[in-house]
Design a protein around this ligand. Structure first.
Ligand code: PMV
Length: 335
């Protein structure tokens, strides 16, 4: 399988935020989700990762944001590299250097961009020529949402139905029809608590214990199809209420998990209330909120409303700062 190895490669990837959430794994070993998800890859934020396979190393090494890192972060990287080594039939340990241009574990989805960049750099350094689709299948083994960060703009990660996972991959949604005035206002919440339970474990607790999980799975195909259609038509008036509905469904499945999962602060809830108020006042869908397993909010809106939305949200107590993001690029090799 190995094809003219480079031994060393650098890849860059940007985080994504889900409009339809992935929350539940049907096959842990293969990283297969229960449902398809849809996301938006953002610009400005990125992870840059270099992987060098070195025959002299006895263990993998990880330098994260300039600091030698051990413990669970290194274990996750080694487990992921073991998959790449098995595919490429190599044994060499690797030196991994990875840096985010945004705070790691700030709730800005560093695992999605992190594992997308690692998948790209490691497979390239190992001499594995993988298509973007195959790369998305590799990246999901590190973190499910990483599958979607292989592509730019709107992305769909198809759950597939095959037990072997061959029909489970990410792909760009409507790549020929970009939506240039679509915006993501990231609202960073002050004193956001750090995650106590990793998402991959928390979601399996939801699968086991939430009485709402099965109903949510029944609702999702229809909601996902409507969200996909609204994106295709660039129809914000149809899309924004659906994004809010999906976020509320995600929050409900978390809250009904035992023990209950609550990622929000009073500040997060105030931001969501303010979005609903803005829509009511304007008598149209100015914006939609969503969040993942953290306290920060992503507020989708269009360029024409973005400055006003930011001003309104920046005034709320508990909001630390806001960032205005656009559609970001696909993951790419730098060397
Ligand atoms: O990819 P993970 O294991 O970090 O889980 C992602 C979970 C959510 O962000 C809440 C939803 C999603 O689809 O990104």
């Amino acid at each position: 399988m190995r094809n003219s190895p480079l031994h060393r490669a650098t890849f860059e990837a940007s985080p994504n935020i889900a409009l339809v959430k992935y929350w539940g794994i049907r096959d842990v070993a293969r990283g297969l989700p229960y449902n398809s998800s849809i996301s938006f890859t953002v610009d400005q934020l990125r992870t840059r990762t270099t992987v060098a396979f070195e025959p002299t190393l006895s263990k993998d090494r990880l330098v994260l944001n300039g600091k030698e890192t051990r413990g669970s972060a290194l274990e996750d990287v080694t487990r992921f590299l073991d998959r790449v080594r098995a595919l490429a039939t190599i044994d060499d340990r690797a030196f991994v250097r990875s840096a985010n241009n945004f705070p790691t574990a700030s709730g800005l989805a560093s695992s999605a961009s992190g594992f997308a960049a690692l998948a790209g750099a490691a497979s390239r350094a190992a001499g594995l020529p993988l298509s973007p689709r195959r790369l998305s299948q590799l990246a999901r083994l590190g973190s499910g949402s990483a599958a979607r960060s292989i592509f730019g703009g709107f992305v769909e990660w198809r759950a597939g139905t095959r037990p072997d996972g061959r029909d489970c991959y990410a792909r760009p949604l409507f790549p020929a029809r970009p939506w240039p005035d679509f915006r993501d206002v990231v609202v960073l919440i002050a004193d956001a608590p750090t995650k106590e339970v990793r998402s991959a474990e928390a979601m399996q607790s939801t699968v086991r214990t939430s009485p709402y999980f099965a109903d949510r799975q029944r609702e999702l195909p229809e909601r996902t199809a409507r969200i996909r259609r609204a994106i295709g038509r660039r129809d914000a008036a149809a899309l924004f209420p659906l994004i809010i509905e999906e976020c509320d469904s995600f929050r409900r499945v978390c809250e009904t998990t035992n023990p209950s999962l609550d990622y929000l602060t009073a500040g997060s809830r105030a931001v969501m209330d303010e979005v609903l108020r803005m829509n009511q006042e304007a008598r149209r869908s100015v914006a939609a909120y969503t969040h993942d397993a953290g306290a920060h909010l992503h507020i989708f809106t269009l360029e024409a409303d973005a400055a006003r939305v930011r001003r309104r949200l920046a005034r709320i107590p508990g909001v630390r700062r806001t960032h205005l993001l656009r559609a970001g690029p696909a993951a790419r090799a730098l060397s």
